[in-house]
Design a protein around this ligand. Structure first.
Ligand code: PMT
Length: 221
């Protein structure tokens, strides 16, 4: 039997990957399937939490007993996370959020013109949601967890990211075209702002999710 150690708690999880539209047909996106975030939502619900799942383009079935808020872009994801975080005990940002979006949106499909070079795509910065909610906590004692998707110098980049973002815990996982994204399994090190390091061996995404909730429960008053 699962210990209901999140009963009476509201947790917010973001999942999936944002899509930043260029025109009605194209977008800039990433390879997140949403599976890690959905595993976090399912395991939190199994442990008794009220769960809000802010889901960006995941295309997965809604987990039973979870409030799902569908979003498309980083700006929409920010709005939904800020709203849900207002009364949350914990927020876990598993979504892959685009750091940049196209500076302009073309109302009609962008056409290629004969004999002309393609126009460069100008980008502007998206808001950093994890840094914002960590710097300006909606409630005292709210526990905030980020993820770091890295391809090289995984741990060193993770430590630097934890300091930069200001969250309590950072789940550092290695990604590649066929690594972690879309897979049923993951492998990670969970770094704590207190200097702790919790390695999670290769296994189902639910197992990593349960370790994250164990660490969150330990930090909730
Ligand atoms: O969805 P799956 O296929 O199961 O794959 C899981 C995963 C690899 C997507 C997941 O485990 C993961 O690593 N998610 C975070 C991906 C990511 O955006 O990492 P990042 O290192 O670029 O961002 C660091 C953190 O800041 C993340 O918590 C991210 O949600 C947050 N962020 C990033 C940019 C931004 N503008 N705002 C943010 O809040």
């Amino acid at each position: 039997a699962v210990e209901p150690d999140l009963r009476g708690r509201h947790v917010v999880v973001s999942a999936g990957g944002t899509r930043e539209p260029l025109d009605p047909v194209r977008f800039l996106g990433n390879r997140s399937s949403g599976k890690q975030g959905y595993a976090l939502a399912r395991t939190a619900a199994a442990r008794g939490a009220r769960v809000t799942l802010v889901s960006a383009n995941a295309g997965l079935p809604d987990p039973a007993g979870v409030d799902v808020v569908p979003v498309g872009t980083a700006v929409q994801l920010r709005e939904a996370v800020l709203k849900a975080a207002a009364d949350a005990d914990a927020v876990v940002m598993a979504a892959a959020v685009a750091d940049f979006r196209p500076a302009a949106y073309a109302a009609g499909k962008i056409k290629k013109k004969d004999g002309q070079d393609p126009a460069p795509i100008a980008l502007v910065r998206n808001p950093d949601i994890l840094a914002e909610i960590s710097a300006d906590r909606a409630r005292p004692g709210q526990v905030i967890v980020g993820f770091a998707a890295e391809t090289d110098d995984v741990l060193a980049n993770g430590r630097a990211k934890l300091a930069r973002k200001g969250c309590d815990l950072l789940v550092v996982n290695e990604v590649g075209e066929r690594k972690t994204f879309g897979s049923e399994e993951n492998e990670a090190v969970v770094l704590g702002a207190d200097g702790s390091e919790t390695p999670v061996p290769h296994g189902p995404k639910e197992a990593l999710a349960d370790t994250v909730w164990d660490l969150v429960v330990g930090r909730l008053g």
